[in-house]
Design a binder for this molecule. Structure first.
Ligand SMILES: *Cc1c(COP(=O)(O)O)cnc(C)c1O
Length: 401
């Protein structure tokens, strides 16, 4: 195959080439299970301080070659990123990124459809530190503009929104933030940099829960934040002040997950679309919340801004109650019941929206009052035929008492 020198390899290729071993004789970087770097003598120890830079092994907490390889691979996937900081969980990445940006007295605007722990952090930890959180509806640009004041330091975004899957106009929201002198941060876990190049769309810091698609096998917890040079430096300094480090074994697992991420995302996107279309035609279902599905309110923005999807979407039952919802979920055999997502196995999660919204209506405007009992599905690598059959028998069990 020919490769033109001037053409950068595509992200799908970089998944394979990024973060490889510096030793050309092996494919993967070794797992450096090490806290300590030894020096030959005092002179070497003193000279070694100069090696306390990105990509070098200086002391375990600063990162061994295994962690640096993963960080470098993630940076290579995020156009516009200067560097990536790794965190022991997705929530640690959210906290690490926000703490790198805000200080007492600042106002933080938080999109109302954000992941619940991000919301709790704004109302708890950040409030204790003197940061004022204001929740806004990311679909209402007039309200968003009105929410700014001269103390607004940062805007927290997520796209699509957790659980309810609204797609918002990130380029417009991020541009507005920049104009007002505010930093925009986004939780980009759903699409990853492969499906939504967040920095290219105007965000300053892109956060991901690597626990989900990058890990991909439901066996590790990790987070990341990628940014251009200015904010990368702040992220790195704050993470080091907080003592954040990830285990080299987990970094190696995440690198392994990264290699197949495009394949898994393609497969689960296809299956999710098939299931979403099937669910939309069911009389038991009032609404399918899946921006990848034509006809979804977020579909045109999704088509404009995203280069890929994933297997995570939700639906709302028609005229059923919580007990019916539980009968449905309990009857599923191929779907596990649990939090998290992005693994190779399918999961179902019943969720309630009212407790986790401050500025957006639920049921959504125009819906029936009974359209409130929702279920989120994380689609895995099973055959879609079997997943549809499982849902079909579970719908029968829901109504057959
Ligand atoms: C799961 C999740 C996180 C947090 O990741 P953890 O690794 O579980 O801490 C952050 N954002 C979103 C959207 C998530 O779904």
């Amino acid at each position: 195959m020919s490769k033109h020198e001037s053409n950068e390899p595509t992200p799908a290729t970089r998944l394979v080439t990024g973060g490889r071993s510096p030793d050309p004789r092996v494919v993967n970087p070794p797992v450096y299970r090490a806290s300590t770097h030894l020096y030959a003598d005092c002179a070497a120890l003193r000279a070694g301080v100069k090696s306390n830079t990105d990509g070098n092994f200086f002391y375990g907490r600063r990162g061994s070659p295994t962690q640096w390889a993963l960080a470098e691979a993630l940076t290579g996937l995020e156009p516009g990123a200067h560097g990536t900081v790794l965190y022991p969980s997705g929530v640690a990445a959210i906290a690490g990124a926000l703490l790198a940006v805000v200080k007492p007295g600042d106002v933080l605007l938080v999109a109302d459809n954000s992941y619940d722990p991000s919301r709790s952090m704004a109302k708890g930890l950040l409030k204790r530190l003197g940061v004022e959180a204001r929740f806004f509806d990311p679909l209402d640009h007039r309200a968003y503009r009105a929410a700014f004041c001269d103390r607004t330091k940062a805007v927290w975004l997520e796209n699509p929104g957790s659980l309810t899957m609204e797609v918002c106009d990130i380029p417009a929201l991020a541009a507005e933030a920049r104009e007002r002198g505010a930093v925009s941060l986004i939780d980009n876990t759903w699409a990853t940099a492969l499906g939504f190049p967040a920095l290219q769309h105007g965000c300053d810091i892109a956060v991901q829960a690597l626990t989900k698609h990058v890990g991909g096998h439901s066996d590790l917890m990790m987070g990341s934040a990628s940014a251009g040079e200015r904010w990368y430096r702040a992220l790195r300094r704050t993470a080091q002040d907080l003592g954040h480090v990830v285990s080299p074994d987990d970094a190696a697992l995440a690198l392994r997950g990264l290699r197949t991420m495009q394949l898994r995302l393609d497969r689960t996107t296809g299956t999710a679309l098939a299931l979403a279309g099937w669910l939309a035609a069911r009389p038991e279902v009032a609404h399918v919340l899946c921006p990848m599905l034509p006809g979804d309110p977020g579909h045109s923005l999704w088509q404009r801004d995203f280069t890929g999807g994933c297997g995570l979407f939700s639906f709302v039952l028609a005229g059923r109650d919580d007990a019916a919802r539980c009968r449905l979920v309990d009857a599923l055999e191929l779907f596990g019941i649990g939090y998290s997502w992005g693994g190779f196995e399918s999961l179902a999660l019943p969720f309630d929206v009212e407790p986790v919204r401050a500025a957006m209506d639920w049921p959504r405007p125009g819906w029936q009052d009974s359209d409130r009992y929702a279920i989120r599905l994380s689609i895995g690598l099973e055959d879609p035929v079997d997943l549809i059959a499982d849902l079909e028998q579970a719908f029968a069990a829901m109504d057959n008492r």
